[in-house]
Design a protein. Structure first.
Length: 256
């Protein structure tokens, strides 16, 4: 599933939550922070090293948008090169990170070691297939294509109107300390236990963290997330689930 978090200007990361998210999504980690006229990016397979580096850089640049991502691999190799975020069409002034499983058009070929998000960032989305993101049609077209997935774009490219774009914000949630998370997979710890991620299959939902020892199948009874196809309610590929009303969020966050 992966987990993606977003930090508005002035918001301090919760490092324990990042560590818990990394434990549940152990296949690589990365961050991006807007730093004046450039974006600082770090990646790696060692969660503690990347989180500590992120905390240090954030302390230097606390008043700009930032993101952190921990990966649960579905496509592509487990490697530092497949850790989010990715440069947009090779232009390091714009990066994106994503949570979910993208449509088949960007799934890597048999001999392609890249992840689906990396293919999208390098080859597909730079062509603006839905139109410019600053337009209504471009923004809503991209959100519809994401099909419930979440994506963050950070940019210092002057051709964009904003510094940060949070796509499908309403499919994630805001914490009480002002941090946005794409899902609840950081909430895997059972109170009073030392359980580790992977021990809670069908007990704890990978998406919302709900504990349900009576669950009889792959669908979380609280939120509908499917453990088999890793798609969020109502987009399960395994069987039809009734949908919910969709509403659009057009939220932008600029540097202070």
């Amino acid at each position: 599933m992966c987990i993606l978090s977003f930090y508005k200007p002035g918001v301090t990361p919760d490092l324990q939550t990042l560590r818990d998210g990394a434990d549940a999504n152990p296949h690589g980690h990365g961050y991006a922070i807007v730093a004046e006229d450039r974006i600082l990016v770090g990646r790696g397979l060692d969660a503690d090293a990347v989180i500590n580096e992120f905390a240090g850089v954030r302390a230097v640049f606390p008043d700009t948008p930032a993101l952190f991502h921990s990966r649960f691999a579905t496509h592509g190799y487990v490697s530092e090169q497949n850790c989010h975020p990715f440069a947009f069409g090779g232009d390091e002034r714009t990066v994106l990170a994503h949570n979910g499983v993208l449509p088949e058009i960007v799934h890597p070929g048999v001999d392609d070691p890249r992840s689906d998000t990396r293919v999208a960032a390098e080859d597909f989305l730079p062509r603006e297939p839905f139109g410019p993101i600053d337009s209504w049609t471009g923004r809503t077209g991209l959100e519809d294509w994401l099909n419930g997935d979440k994506m963050i774009i950070l940019t210092v490219d002057p051709r964009y109107k904003h510094t940060a774009y949070l796509l499908n914000e309403h499919h994630g949630h805001w914490s009480s300390d002002g941090i946005w998370y794409s899902n609840h997979s950081y909430r895997w710890r059972a109170p009073g236990t030392t359980a580790k991620p992977g021990s809670y299959l069908y007990d704890y939902c990978d998406y919302c963290g709900q504990y349900d020892i009576e669950r009889a199948g792959p669908h979380c009874m609280a939120c509908g997330f499917c453990e088999d196809c890793w798609h969020e309610f109502p987009h399960c590929d395994c069987e039809f689930l009734a949908g919910t009303d969709r509403y659009a969020d057009l939220t932008y966050f600029d540097a202070a």
